[in-house]
Design a protein around this ligand. Structure first.
Ligand code: KIV
Ligand code: NA
Length: 270
């Protein structure tokens, strides 16, 4: 929030376990999100709808142990908050107490306002998520850019204002035209964290494995992802080299072995 007041861009990245949180924290990332995208990137599921609260909690706790300075947000998984504000508050409390995060994120616009109000009234910060909301991909007709028409851009603005009024401290704005996200950002007094929403947002978020390039070649990548690294390539190279060196017995070399004192060795070898 102080970054927002200083008009400094807020950096957000996802993490799903101890090492991915540790590296984000060491890099000085402002906010770490345990996104339910871990369903795909860490658990190999097809989409986020499969991930369970208990799985999110296990990953949140490992992230909390890895990130010491970043502000930590846990994603409420599908099914843990839609039924009623009471259900959502219960899930939010569980995520804070058991998941050891500082805040929760949930998807949805104006229709989630009473829920956001309930959770924030209990003193739990809420990061809202408007625009493309992946948990609702089946009713949105897949992963589609939102706010492309005047009507849907106005709907997005109404959603953003509603979640702000309900008490969200910030909101993720996903997959909307840059002009729309910029206008929404200007109209609000809480930060927008863009993903596929252009450069006019208050901050940006990316899925860590995507931006690190930690996935096999040929995988589909959304247009907004920038690959800042080639972790998959480097991991593959290292493992192939290890394999070759074990096969050729080049590894382990003398420097990787524990010597026995000369005298003992003689005695032992007889
Ligand atoms: O689950 C996730 O990683 C997210 C971010 C991409 C915003 O919701
Ligand atoms: Na998510």
């Amino acid at each position: 929030m102080s970054l927002y007041r200083k008009n400094e861009a807020i950096t957000v990245i996802t993490a799903h376990d101890f090492p991915s949180a540790h590296v984000a924290d060491q890099a000085g990332i402002d906010m770490v999100l345990v996104g339910d995208s871990l369903a795909m990137v860490a658990l190999g599921m097809d989409d986020t709808s499969e991930v369970l609260m208990e799985e999110m909690l296990l990953h949140c706790r490992s992230v909390a142990r890895g990130a010491k300075s970043a502000f930590l947000v846990g994603d409420l998984p599908m099914g843990s908050y839609e039924i009623s504000p009471d259900q959502a508050l219960q899930s939010a409390i569980t995520m804070i107490k058991t998941g050891r995060v500082h805040a929760i994120k949930l998807e949805g616009g104006a229709e989630m306002a009473p829920t956001i109000k309930k959770i924030t009234s209990a003193g739990i910060p809420v990061l809202a998520h408007v625009g493309l909301t992946p948990q609702r991909q089946n009713s949105l007709g897949g992963f589609r850019v939102q706010g492309k028409t005047t009507a849907s851009a106005l709907k997005l603005l109404q959603d953003a204002e509603a979640v702000q009024e309900a008490g969200a401290f910030a909101m993720v704005v996903e997959a909307v035209p840059a002009e729309v996200a910029t206008l929404v950002t200007k109209k609000l007094r809480v930060p927008t964290i863009g993903i596929g929403a252009g450069n006019g947002c208050s901050g940006q978020v990316l899925v860590q494995v995507d931006m690190l390039g930690n996935f096999p070649p040929g995988r589909f990548l959304p247009k907004f992802v920038k690959k800042y690294g080639d972790v998959w390539g480097e991991s593959t190279r290292a493992m192939q080299q290890y394999k070759e060196e074990v096969k050729s017995r080049a590894y382990p070399a003398v420097e990787h072995t524990y010597p026995m004192p000369e005298k003992e060795l003689k005695e032992f070898m007889g």
